[in-house]
Design a protein around this ligand. Structure first.
Ligand code: 4GX
Length: 256
C-alpha cells in the first residue's frame, strides 16, 4: 500500500515513520509513505498557502491553487487514481470498519490542513472523502493522518505478527479486549487471576471471553447494540449469550 501526505509541516512525520511497527513496515517494503511539502506547489515568491476569508471573520484560510496542483501532481505518479482523503472535523468518524475500508485501496493521498480550514473548492474538486478522528479540535490534520497511517499499517498483511492479530480478534468481534497480566505475580497486593497460571487453556479462553464481555458491558455498552450483535458469527453470539447469562447470574448473586 502507498500513502502520500500533503502538509506544510513535513518534518512532523520523520520520527513517526522511522519508529516501531510503521518503521518496520516501511523498511520491509510493505508500506510506502511519501510526505510532500505543500509549499513546493506554490508559485509566488513568499510560498504562501493562506489568505483572509471572504466575508471576513478573522483567522486564515488555506488557498485552493497549491492544494489542487499538489493533489493532481501526486495523483499522477501511480497507475490508478489514488483515493483522496481530507482529514477534518467535518468528516465521518474513523473506526475500525473505516480503517479496513481504506486499507482496501492501493493508494491514498492524505490532505492535512491547518488554520481555520481549506477553501471549499479544494474539497469540491480533488477530495473523495473527509475523515475525522474524533469530535475535538486539533490545530492541523497531521496527527489525524498519523493516526490513520498507524491504524492502516496494522491491516497490511505481514506487518502485525500473527500472535498480535489473534489477540486483536476480541476487538474484531466487536468487543473490548480482556485484561492482561505479566510478571511479577503480585503488584500492590494484587495477585494474578489464578486461571491464567493454571495451564488450562480452555478455561483461560473462557475467562478471557467472559472478561472481554464484562469490560464491554461496563465501559462501552454501546458496542453491544443490535447492529454490533448482528455482525457477529453464530459461534460468537453463542459464546456471548452464554457469558451474558453467567455475568447476569453473578450480578444477581452479588445483589443478595
Ligand atoms: N479529525 N483538525 C484539520 C484544519 C482543517 C479544517 C477544515 C480542513 C478542513 C481533525 C479532527 C481536526 C483541526 C484538522 C482543523 N482542515 N481532523 N484542521 N478532529 O480537528 O481530523
Amino acid at each position: 500500500m502507498r500513502v502520500q501526505v500533503l502538509t506544510i509541516f513535513p518534518e512532523l512525520f520523520a520520527p513517526f515513520l522511522a519508529t516501531s511497527l510503521v518503521g518496520r513496515a516501511i523498511e520491509k517494503g510493505l508500506l510506502e509513505v511519501r510526505v510532500h511539502d505543500l509549499r513546493s506547489f506554490t508559485e509566488d515568491r513568499h510560498r504562501s498557502v493562506d489568505d483572509e476569508p471572504y466575508g471576513g471573520g478573522g483567522g486564515m484560510v488555506m488557498t485552493a491553487p497549491p492544494w489542487i496542483r499538489a493533489v493532481r501532481a501526486v495523483s499522477e505518479e501511480g497507475e490508478e487514481r489514488p483515493w483522496r482523503v481530507l482529514l477534518s472535523p467535518q468528516g465521518a468518524r474513523l473506526d475500525e470498519a473505516k480503517v479496513r475500508e481504506l486499507g482496501e485501496k492501493s493508494e491514498l493521498v492524505l490532505l492535512c490542513g491547518r488554520y481555520e480550514g481549506i477553501d471549499e473548492r479544494v474539497r469540491l474538486t480533488v477530495v473523495d472523502e473527509e475523515v475525522s478522528i474524533g469530535d475535538y479540535v486539533l490545530s492541523g490534520g497531521e496527527l489525524p493522518a498519523m493516526v490513520l497511517i498507524e491504524a492502516l499499517s496494522r491491516q497490511v498483511p505481514g506487518v502485525v505478527k500473527l500472535a498480535d492479530s489473534v489477540a486483536n480478534d476480541s476487538f474484531r468481534a466487536g468487543l473490548l479486549d480482556y485484561p492482561h497480566y505479566t510478571r511479577p505475580p503480585v503488584v500492590e497486593e494484587l495477585a494474578v487471576p489464578e486461571v491464567l497460571t493454571s495451564g488450562d487453556h480452555a478455561a483461560i479462553r473462557r475467562w478471557r471471553q467472559r472478561e472481554a464481555l464484562r469490560a464491554t458491558l461496563a465501559k462501552r455498552p454501546d458496542l453491544l447494540g443490535s447492529e454490533a450483535l448482528a455482525r457477529l458469527t453464530p459461534e460468537q453470539r453463542r459464546v456471548i449469550d452464554q457469558v451474558w447469562g453467567q455475568v447476569r447470574d453473578e450480578a444477581r448473586r452479588d445483589e443478595k
